[in-house]
Design a protein around this ligand. Structure first.
Ligand code: ZN
Length: 301
């Protein structure tokens, strides 16, 4: 690999702040790998930050920017799921914000958080430096069940979860009055969906439920979709990911029925996926999706 093929360091660029509605902003990821889209939403008396970026320095930069936008409002932080680039800057918010997770996120963090920290630190010096000294933090507020609402003052945000999909504790953040939806990695824009199928260490994916989640989100008719990574858009971000997963599931199901091995299935399906999505990023995730569906043999519905 030549030097210019190395990815840039995973730094949240706060100059990429973009207003998407009155009192709602996104710090765009600039398509930098391992940087998420970060949301900041204000109400009359409180504000919510959605995801932090990876490591203390990113979390601190996001916190300072959120504080400058929020003034004296009470701050909340939530994360879309436990993966390092989304939530491992949360320690910067300790004592400065009320941290809200769902119970499955908290369980993911306590059972797999340290393992993911070690795995990501092995991804190269820039990622290791970003994660140096990272402490995994617990929530101030844990919620059970499918939905948790936070009243920011004149604006309600809904944290919604379905259980295992991309991870055990995926959560979207929906602003019903604005029709704005933050999806985390349940929907990435022009990016092959990440199936973190790493048996035996992590097998906590449910592709069938992932499709249901996207169908449910589509049924709300959101006007603005902020994906976990990539450009902000509309509901087509959701339907593109949904259709991809449905297609993979169908094709792998047929391959399994025909007795093909996982490797044979990959060889048969991957080229077609590349042709269907010539402008999508990170094609290496195609194989993981195929292996997941091959191993679980889902043919639903
Ligand atoms: Zn993720």
């Amino acid at each position: 690999m030549s030097d210019d093929a190395l990815p840039p360091p995973p730094v949240v660029d706060i100059s990429a702040l973009r207003r998407i509605a009155e009192g709602a902003w996104v710090i765009g990821d600039g398509r930098v790998p391992l940087v998420p889209n970060v949301g900041i939403v204000l109400g009359e008396h409180s504000a919510l930050v959605i995801d932090t970026g990876m490591g203390h320095a990113n979390g601190d930069a996001v916190l300072k920017l959120a504080r400058s936008l929020a003034g004296t409002r009470k701050l909340y932080l939530t994360i879309t799921h436990f993966h390092p680039e989304h939530g491992y800057g949360a320690d910067a918010f300790t004592g400065a914000a009320t941290i809200v997770y769902n119970t499955a996120q908290a369980d993911d963090l306590s059972s797999k958080g340290e393992g993911y920290l070690a795995m990501f630190k092995g991804m190269g010096p820039a990622v290791e430096a970003a994660l140096a000294g990272t402490a995994l933090v617990e929530a101030d507020v844990l919620y059970d069940g499918a939905e948790y609402g936070i009243d920011l003052g004149g604006r309600t945000v809904l944290l919604k979860t379905w259980g295992r999909a991309h991870t055990n504790g995926d959560q979207v953040v929906y602003l019903p009055e604005d029709g704005i939806l933050f999806t985390g990695d349940l929907a990435e824009e022009k990016t092959f969906p990440i199936f973190p199928w790493f048996p035996p260490d992590d097998m906590d994916i449910d592709g069938d439920r992932w499709i249901k989640v996207l169908d449910d989100c589509l049924s709300w008719g959101p006007a603005v979709v902020v994906p976990g990574h990539g450009d902000i858009g509309g509901p087509e971000i959701l339907s593109d990911v949904r259709d991809y997963i449905v297609t993979i599931r169908e094709k792998v199901g047929a391959a399994v029925a025909a007795g093909q091995t996982a490797d044979e299935t990959i060889a048969a399906i991957r080229p077609d996926m590349l042709v269907r999505h010539p402008d999508w990023h990170f094609p290496e995730w195609i194989d993981f999706a195929i292996r997941y569906f091959h191993a679980t043999k889902s043919t639903a519905p």
